[in-house]
Design a protein around this ligand. Structure first.
Ligand SMILES: [Zn+2]
Ligand SMILES: [Zn+2]
Length: 353
């Protein structure tokens, strides 16, 4: 069935002549700065753990069902039942080094399931889990994490293509892995159930990416744009590749998300001088909602500055709120992407797992 879908896609969309990986390496859970964690297999699955030149098999109900990992400087200390191991690096996969379901728990903090192959390293006493996962699993996981429940399917499909395009072309912002699991790259949690709208949106656009001059676009998206999307120049960000256009977004134009914030004169100066990078610097210091977007006017009163703005996020590319409005009005994913990414084409990636 998958093969048939693929052939059908090729008939409809031209093939992208560019070799693309069909897996992505994502650094996960680093926001928690973990020093210890546990790894378990799915209830009916098995995990092969390779570390310190040895192999351990993890399976529910067996002698070894839960692997405990602690960091010691640059090393990992592993224990499972009576087995103890020390190693510089750990790999967890299926028996033939294939993708497998695995559950990582940070005690007292979070438990999250992934499908892929896990690499785990320790650096300066901190654990860094990296999951190599199928591109389509990553896309479906991002759709689930980055959209609100009830978003119409055509808007989810547009999001799938934007997120896939970003995974194919937007790497290079991290040295140890391709992408993080935060909004810095794309927010990612667990893969969705196979019958969920997020999984459906990924599967029904499988392998499709946005291209500009025959290259896939590191496509950006924003929560809401305030009435028109932004260009890179407007937000003072230099970037090669797709030249983002400022396009009118009817839904936000008619009903913008408005906000007002007080900031110091220094921070207003920072926003003026550095645009979006200034906004991000303020966000890192005061929280991500301190200046919700870069689309505002400023008024100074008594040493303080009041910003009155519209929109949420950097304002580049796909407006998620506008896409939802277009889909509710009957537009399909092609029309949505045409609106927010003028002069791009939809093309199919040449390789699939
Ligand atoms: Zn990142
Ligand atoms: Zn909008």
């Amino acid at each position: 069935m998958r093969r048939v879908c693929f052939v059908l896609l090729l008939l409809v969309f031209p093939l992208l002549v560019q070799s693309q990986p069909n897996t992505v390496r994502i650094g996960v859970l680093s926001i928690f700065h973990p020093h210890e964690l546990t790894i378990a297999a799915d209830p009916t699955g098995e995990l092969m753990i390779a570390a310190g030149g040895q192999r351990i098999f993890l399976q529910q109900g067996s002698n070894c069902s839960l692997l405990r990992v602690r960091s010691a400087g640059e090393n990992l200390l592993l224990s499972c039942n009576t087995v103890e191991l020390r190693g510089g690096e750990l790999h967890a996969s299926g028996r033939n080094q294939q993708s497998a379901g695995l559950v990582i728990t940070l005690p007292g903090k979070i438990k999250r399931r992934y499908v892929g192959v896990l690499e785990l390293k320790a650096m300066r006493g901190e654990l860094f889990p990296i999951i190599t996962m199928d591109l389509e699993t990553a896309v479906a996981s991002v759709i689930l994490a980055e959209t609100t429940p009830g978003t119409p399917l055509e808007a989810l499909r547009a999001q799938a293509i934007v997120s896939r395009s970003y995974f194919v072309s937007g790497g290079g912002r991290h040295s140890e892995f391709d992408f993080c699991d935060l909004t810095h790259c794309q927010f990612l949690r667990e893969p969705p159930a196979s019958d969920s709208p997020a999984a459906n949106a990924a599967a029904s656009t499988q392998g499709l990416v946005l291209t500009y001059e025959e290259k896939s676009v590191a496509a950006m998206f924003t929560r809401s744009c305030g009435g028109r999307t932004r260009t890179l120049e407007e937000i003072r960000v230099s970037q090669k590749g797709y030249p983002y256009f400022s396009v009118r977004c009817d839904f936000c134009y008619n009903n913008p998300v408005r906000w007002a914030r007080k900031v110091s004169r220094e921070d207003e100066e920072l926003l003026k001088l550095r645009g979006e990078n200034g906004r991000l610097a303020i966000g890192r210091r005061l929280g991500w909602n301190a200046v919700p977007s870069n689309n505002f006017t400023a008024q100074e009163t008594g040493g303080e500055v009041t910003l009155s703005g519209v929109g949420q996020g950097h304002g580049l590319g796909l407006c998620q709120r506008g896409a939802r409005g277009m889909a509710e009005g009957g537009s399909d994913f092609r029309a949505i992407l045409d609106r927010y990414f003028p002069n791009t084409r939809l093309q199919a990636l040449p390789s699939f797992p």
